[in-house]
Design a binder for this molecule. Structure first.
Ligand code: ADP
Ligand code: ZN
Ligand code: ZN
Length: 734
């Protein structure tokens, strides 16, 4: 029997292997290149998969294989190196390869639709056409209309614009083309042409210069760029991007969701004098896919995006930047749970190019990598230009009478700041009006019916809202238990603080920035613009204010409540609290207006608080690392978390116990198993949740176990009654 050619295809399905098909009957060998999409039969339906490789038949009986239906792409969407990276990621994070690859495709392509053409078709009049009078085309009114439009347009019109203006006019256009009056050409989309000639960079200071020179653009190296907010990290990125572009290669810049603002995009475009391929989840599917193709085909030299941009195929990758590398949004927390930061290092290694991880508050993982010599630690010690760092103080709020979380000292400081004509920023880690609605008569508390959680009161919309599952109900006016009407809101969120501030400072412009006030597209950018123009003097908000933006006129920062961080159940709680404080503090101050930061706390003598405030994040992180080492927590060990949930209380536990037994039979002592235990919030969205933690001293031991164990989990009988997922290097324990 002659050797039979087989297609090995990654099909999106919750299975850990690829699938074999025969080539479609009408396919020519030239079409069968790894990286093209193929439509294949799958069970009783069909799916769109990606061709991984060609094989000749040995292991399966070819007569039992089905032929694929069709090859969907003329050229591969992924190069061999892209597929290799995706395979690596699927293996490391123990996620089905077909889903990992589907996750890396723009949505339309995932569904098997044809790629959007990257180049726009534009129509213009020829020299001959320019001499024609549309009025003479009396018997072909559509042609006359088109000709008039194109004559007026100067330089031509994009085909879609013409269709919009004239309705169905393809035939008329072709008739004009046949007469030689109009021609079609192609060009890159308008949004992608340079907005301005490049603007020169400021002369770099000695720290920045040192960092730029330390980074070898020609080969792999991982660098931690450690510098306070405003120390000029972005200028260092830009200098390196320019170097890399000059050598004809592409740069990939990853930022947290909240950091990807129009200002940042414009800053890059102006400096570099070119359009960027921008990729984030807020874009329409078409825009996103166009940017993806521009990057993949090498038209875009710079790609700026959030975590999923890490997977964009780039034929000439020469640099990866991960800004705010400590930020949690770089880790995907559902489905394919990957860390874009960690994968950026892997990708750079495989592409033999440098990767820069930048932060004012590096994660302990990254700091430890720098200490161990795997990453080079580059420091920017001062703020760029002449700005000074803000002074931090702890405000003791024990036995102080507070109003909506504001101490009298803080209110007084706000008053002085406003009187001096400056701006103040208040950070509070909770949106809504109040986290508790209770009955004064009987003690009833509004609970979520689907979660082990309280409902947050949103006063403006008169809703009780669960921030864990999203369920909402009308705010009660009477106690559902005893009927009493004396319901009280306890504690405060941004909404309530705003109300109280408006009472204290009726003259001041107050702006509140949280998820509720920024829901509408563009509203955040509008508010940030107003702040820069000085329209508001009191800025109030959640994390959204704490990250990414710089407010040079803010001279006072108040942090309302940080105490949960000191005693959080998660071993990362203190690290996150410190990062948040430093990030919020970094929003304030500039040369002539140094900033001041006041942190309200009931634990002003806590040694970690003291350390952070007196000696800064570096000293704090060193101490935290010592604690982690003593406790053998990451980054001194490696973890994976198996989560399970089900509507029945016992099901997750049963599954995890079976999973644990299975693992225990495989590990031979090198991987510890902790649990199963209920999740910190056991019931969420109507499901009971539990997890099993795996920890090992050596990454390789953990990986070896996972690679045998995870593929077997689906075969456990108890697996059918739960939803389960594996999280390698988990960042949160919920
Ligand atoms: P970071 O990314 O570390 O927060 P940026 O690169 O955004 O810092 O710089 C903060 C501010 O300082 C920006 O307004 C930037 O234009 C300015 N800046 C950065 N480097 C210099 C420099 N060498 N000279 C003058 N101004 C600079
Ligand atoms: Zn009551
Ligand atoms: Zn809920």
């Amino acid at each position: 029997m002659p050797e039979q050619l087989i297609l090995r295809v990654a099909v999106p399905a919750p299975l850990h292997h690829s699938f074999d098909y025969l080539p479609p009957p009408d396919a020519t060998p030239g079409q069968l290149i790894p990286g093209v999409r193929v439509r294949v039969p799958f069970g009783r339906s069909e799916r769109c998969g990606v061709l991984l490789e060609l094989a000749t038949l040995a292991d399966v009986d070819g007569r039992r294989l089905k032929p694929a239906y069709a090859v969907l792409d003329a050229v591969p969407l992924f190069a061999a190196a892209d597929l290799a990276l995706l395979r690596w990621a699927a293996g490391y994070y123990q996620h089905p390869l077909g889903e990992v690859i589907a996750n890396a495709l723009p949505v339309r392509l995932r569904k098997g639709e044809p790629p959007i053409p990257v180049l726009q078709k534009i129509w213009s009049v020829t020299a001959l056409g320019a001499r024609q009078d549309p009025a003479a085309l009396r018997r072909a009114p559509k042609q006359a209309e088109l000709l008039r439009l194109l004559l007026e347009s100067r330089g031509g019109l994009v085909q879609e614009q013409i269709y919009q203006a004239c309705g169905a006019c393809r035939q008329a256009l072709q008739a004009l083309q046949a007469k030689g009056w109009v021609v079609a050409g192609e060009r890159l989309p308008e949004a992608f042409t340079p907005p301005l000639p490049g603007q020169p960079a400021p002369p770099l200071n000695a720290d920045q210069q040192g960092a730029v020179e330390a980074i070898d653009p020609g080969c792999f190296g991982a660098y931690l760029l450690d510098g306070v907010t405003g120390s000029g990290k972005t200028e260092v990125y830009l200098a390196l991007v320019e170097k890399v572009l000059a050598s004809g290669r592409q740069a990939l810049v990853l930022v947290p969701e909240i950091g990807l603002t129009p200002q940042l995009i414009r800053r890059f475009e102006r400096r570099l004098g070119m359009g960027l391929a921008v990729l984030h989840s807020g874009l329409a599917a078409g825009e996103r896919e166009s940017a993806w193709h521009l990057a993949r085909l090498g038209h875009a030299a710079v790609v700026l995006g959030t975590r999923s941009a890490l997977f964009v195929p780039l034929p000439a990758l020469g640099l990866i930047v991960v800004d705010e590398e400590h930020d949690l949004s770089l880790k995907q927390q559902d489905g394919f749970r990957y860390s874009a930061r960690d994968l950026a290092v892997i990708r750079a290694q495989r592409s033999d190019c440098p990767v820069i991880l930048g932060s004012a508050t590096p994660s302990l993982e990254t700091l430890q990598n720098a200490r161990g010599g795997r990453y080079r630690h580059l420091r920017l010690t001062r703020r760029a230009g002449a700005a000074m760092s803000a002074r931090m103080d702890l405000l003791d709020i024990r036995s102080v009478r507070m109003e909506a979380g504001l101490s009298p000292v803080l209110v007084q400081q706000l008053r002085e700041t406003l009187a001096e004509g400056n701006q103040a920023l208040l950070f509070i880690n909770r949106r809504g009006y109040a986290p508790i609605l209770t009955c004064h008569a009987c003690g009833w508390v509004a609970q979520c019916r689907r979660c082990d959680a309280r409902m947050t009161l949103h006063a403006a919309s008169r809703l009780l809202w669960c921030h864990h599952c999203g369920s909402q109900r009308r705010q009660d006016v009477q106690c559902p238990e005893c009927g009493d009407a004396d319901l009280r809101a306890l504690g405060q969120g941004t909404e309530r603080v705003e109300e109280v501030l408006a009472g204290y400072f009726p003259e001041a412009g107050i702006v509140r920035i949280d998820r509720d006030t920024t829901r509408r597209k563009g509203s955040l950018d509008r508010m940030l613009g107003e702040i820069r123009k000085g329209k508001h003097s009191l800025l109030l908000g959640t994390q959204m204010l704490a990250k990414g933006h710089h407010f040079p006129d803010v001279t006072l920062v108040g942090i309302l409540d940080v105490d949960q961080g000191l005693f959080g159940a998660d071993f990362r709680a203190a690290e996150r609290m410190a990062q948040l404080i430093i990030q919020v503090a970094g929003r304030a101050g500039r040369a002539e207006k140094p900033g001041r930061v006041l942190i309200q706390t009931r634990h002003p003598d806590h040694p970690m608080m003291q350390l952070l405030v007196r000696r800064g994040y570096g000293a704090f992180a060193a101490e935290m690392l010592a604690e982690r080492q003593a406790a053998a927590f990451p980054p001194f060990s490696y973890q994976a978390l198996l989560r399970a949930e089900a509507p029945q209380e016992a099901a997750p536990r049963e599954f995890l116990e079976q999973a644990s037994d299975l693992a225990a039979a495989l590990v031979q002592g090198r991987v510890e198993l902790w649990g199963p235990v209920p999740a910190p919030m056991e019931r969420r969205a109507g499901r009971f949740r539990a997890h099993l933690l795996l920890q090992a001293d050596q990454r390789a031991d953990l990986q070896r176990l996972l690679s045998i164990w995870v593929p077997q989990l689906g075969t456990l009988k108890s697996a059918r009654r739960v939803r389960w997922s594996i999280d390698v290097d988990p960042q949160e324990m919920f």
